[in-house]
Design a protein around this ligand. Structure first.
Ligand SMILES: [Zn+2]
Length: 77
């Protein structure tokens, strides 16, 4: 199983340990952002993907999730 973002070997799930950690942090931080800013998951991911203060791992993970969710939206509509 390879990480879907960087093609490194993934220990479990879809991501390597570095991107899995970044993903966990993104999900946890969203709870805080949502309460404070009332932004959607997608808007939040865009913020992370564009924010120069965000770490490279988190930016890559956010970009991957954005691309993935676009595809899911297409299927739903
Ligand atoms: Zn990775």
């Amino acid at each position: 199983m390879k990480c879907k973002i960087c093609q490194r070997e993934a220990e479990e799930g879809d991501f390597c340990s570095l991107h899995a950690t970044a993903y966990d942090n993104i999900v946890k931080k969203y709870e805080v952002w949502r309460r404070a800013l009332k932004i959607s998951w997608k808007e939040y991911l865009r913020e992370i993907a564009q924010n120069s203060l965000t770490g490279e791992w988190a930016r890559e993970t956010a970009r991957y999730l954005l691309n993935n969710e676009e595809k899911q939206d297409v299927k739903q509509s």
